[in-house]
Design a protein around this ligand. Sequence first.
Ligand code: AMP
Length: 389
Amino acid sequence: MLNIALFGPPGAGKGTQSEKLIRQYNLFYISTGDLLRKELSEKTALGREAEDIIKSGGLVPDEIIVQIIEKTITENPSANGFLFDGFPRTYVQAYILEGLMIKLNTSLTCLINLQVPEAVSVERLLHRGKVSGRADDNETVIRNRLREYSEKTVPVLRYYEERGVHYEIDATAPIEAVNEKLTAIIQEELSKRLFNVVIFGYPGSGRGSQGRALAEHHGLEYVATGPMLEAEIAADTPVGRKVKELYESGQLVPDDIVVPLIERRLEKTKGAKGFIFKGFPRTLVQSYILDGLLKKHGSAISKVIEIEVPTLELIRRLDERSKTDRCMPYDSSTAKIVKRLQEHETKTVPVIRKYNQLHEVTKIDGLGPFEDVFEKVSAEIVDGLKRMR
Ligand code: AMP
């Protein structure tokens, strides 16, 4: 999700710029001022409670703000993102916003301060008062709103400065020029985002060959634990020697060997557009580990894909592969193949079930030619990338 808060004194141009940004980035617009005016015009209990405060230019109590915002957010959970105008307006509201974002499993991408001197604010608001007829756009109330802004709202900036998600722009420039500056900031934020795909499937489903081809095609990094462990064995590193021993005795490689390898891989590929994970997470424990590893990079899982192939076809493919030079040490006998299928069933299927509840798993029919399956998964990745940027 792309969640932006536009900040600045009354008259900074937040409403005008919001109109453009919601169209450009397909965002859901939340203006607490508009929501309150609606309550006022519909003469709801909430509106009546807030009326006198709004007319005098004061700030409405947080309880009221939480009610109107929570309602709007929870009614639109599948929004591409939210654009907040006029919220958060107090330091306390910054915490409220954080809590609301956590509820949606997301966070505020950034807060952008539209800076204008007080004289410009007053001049713009007086002009707007003549055109729009907003009752609070008269000189006495304007002065009061600006006082409230400098006393109660400006401290909000500190909250976001401390978290490193705060930008300042000069908003005295013409509308188009301000819009360009805003979109440059948003693009910069978007380019920092990682697109992370987890690809599941039973052994023999083609997840490995698809994963590798998809990563190359979409400029993503392919992270597959199997090949990473094989590389350690080939390089005869201390880890490789340990893994070889485990493989030979038919034991699983423990998490404390796998995790540092993935951690290093994520560190090494700074500046990547995103990752395709294959063969990890394999267990529920590993799914928590992956959340933690991605969180360290300020990121999370973007898409989960499962390639489905009927069991008999899996066995046929694995058996065929075992007779070629692509035979893996763990495919060399029927007993080993069955063991791997069972491992997936008991340990990995619960992970897919968990993701199904959290992220919605996209199921792809893995029968048919490689290219057809590739096209189907590829379309999902293109769609995911488009939604994100
Ligand atoms: P605006 O349209 O954003 O200028 O808001 C108009 C009026 O609504 C403000 O002067 C406040 O009285 C009230 N208001 C809007 N948003 C908030 C908020 N987040 N917290 C408290 N009061 C608000």
